[in-house]
Design a protein around this ligand. Structure first.
Ligand code: BV8
Ligand code: ZN
Length: 244
C-alpha cells in the first residue's frame, strides 16, 4: 500500500503522536462493532438503551447478562494485526498516547502500555453502591452477584451513557490530543461524546489529523489524510512504510 511521502516523512520525525480507537479496530478479531453488536437475544435492544444507569436500575439482571454475554465473546478472541501495529508504534515514538473507547482490553493484551481506557473495561467489575472492585464474582445465572462489603449490586466497570468519564483518563486524553503533532482516529464512527471531540481538539491545536476507517465518518471532511479500509491491514503497512 502506498502512503503519501509527506505523511511518512512527518511520522519518521514525529515525537508526539496520539491515537483514538473505536470498535472498528477489534472487528477483525471477530468482535462486532457497537452499531452492529446486537444479535440473537440482544438484537431487539439498541446498545445505548442497555448501556445506561436507568436500564440497570430497571432490570439489573438483564444488563448483567448482556455484559456476561459480551465478556464471553471477548474471552474467545485475540488482538489482531492492527492492535499489534499500534503497540509497535508506541515502541518507536517517544510520546505515543493510545486513547480507546473500547472496553474489550485487546489493546493491553497486544502490549500497549500508555493506554487510556476512556469508557472503562468490561473485564473489571465493581459495586454499584460503594464502588469496591471485585476480582472474582460468581456468575450463577439466578441473580446479579452482590458486593462482599455492602451487599450492593455488582456492575461492569464501564462508563454508561449519561455517566461522566473517569476524570484522570479524560484529562490525560485531552492533554495528549492538544499536544500531539499527529492525531489518528481509527475504527470509530466519531458519534459518541466527549471522545469524538478529541480529534477536533488536536486539529485546533495544529496537529495533522489522519483517519483510518472502513467507511467515511462525520470527521472525514476535517482530516488531512483519510484511508478507508480495514485497520488490521492498513496499520501494519503504515508501520512498514515508516520504519521498514
Ligand atoms: C456523558 C461503554 C454527561 C459501555 C460507551 C454532546 C452532544 C450530543 C450528545 C452528547 C453530548 N455530550 C454527551 C452526550 C451524550 C452521550 C453521547 O455522546 N451520545 C451519542 C449517542 C450522541 N455521551 C455520554 O453519555 C457520555 N457521558 O456525556 O455524561 C455527563 C457530563 C458531565 C457530568 C455527568 C455526566 C458517555 C459516553 C460513553 C458511553 N459508553 N461504551 C459499553 O461498551 O457497554 S460508548 C460506546 O459506543 C463505545 O465505547 C464507543 O464510544 C461507542 C461506539 O462507537 P465506535 O466505537 O465508534 O463504534 P461504532 O460501531 O459506532 O463504529 C465503528 C466504526 O468502525 C464504523 O465507522 C465502521 O465503519 C468502522 N469499522 C468497522 N470495521 C472496521 C472499521 N474500521 C477499520 N477497520 C475495520 N476492520
Ligand atoms: Zn459495595
Amino acid at each position: 500500500m502506498d502512503f503519501p511521502t509527506d505523511l511518512i516523512q512527518l511520522l519518521i520525525k514525529a515525537t508526539r503522536v496520539s491515537v483514538l480507537t473505536g470498535a472498528g479496530v477489534s472487528q477483525e478479531s471477530g468482535l462486532r462493532t457497537f452499531r452492529d453488536s446486537q444479535s440473537g437475544l440482544w438484537a431487539q435492544y439498541k446498545p445505548q438503551d442497555l448501556a445506561s444507569p436507568a436500564a440497570f436500575a430497571r432490570d439489573p439482571k438483564l444488563i448483567w447478562d448482556w455484559y456476561a454475554w459480551r465478556r464471553e465473546a471477548i474471552k474467545g478472541v485475540r488482538p489482531n494485526a492492527g492492535h499489534y501495529a499500534l503497540a509497535e508504534m508506541e515502541k518507536k515514538i517517544s510520546e505515543f498516547t493510545l486513547i480507546t473507547q473500547n472496553v474489550d482490553g485487546l489493546h493491553r493484551m497486544a502490549g500497549s502500555n500508555n493506554l487510556l481506557e476512556l469508557h472503562g473495561n468490561i473485564l473489571r467489575v465493581r459495586c454499584s453502591v460503594c464502588g469496591t472492585f471485585t476480582e472474582d464474582w460468581g456468575d450463577d445465572s439466578e441473580s446479579v452477584p452482590l458486593c462482599g462489603k455492602c451487599n450492593g449490586l455488582l456492575r461492569p466497570d464501564v462508563v454508561w451513557f449519561g455517566e461522566s468519564l473517569p476524570r484522570a483518563e479524560l484529562e490525560a486524553a485531552v492533554t495528549a490530543s492538544r499536544a500531539c503533532q499527529v492525531f489518528f482516529s481509527i475504527g470509530t464512527s466519531g458519534v459518541v461524546q466527549p471522545a469524538a471531540a478529541l480529534a477536533h481538539a488536536a486539529r485546533n491545536n495544529g496537529a495533522v489529523v489522519v483517519e483510518i476507517n472502513a467507511e467515511p465518518t462525520p470527521l472525514t471532511p476535517k482530516v488531512d489524510f483519510a484511508f478507508h479500509g480495514k485497520s488490521g491491514e492498513i496499520l501494519p503497512e503504515l508501520v512498514k512504510a515508516i520504519w521498514g
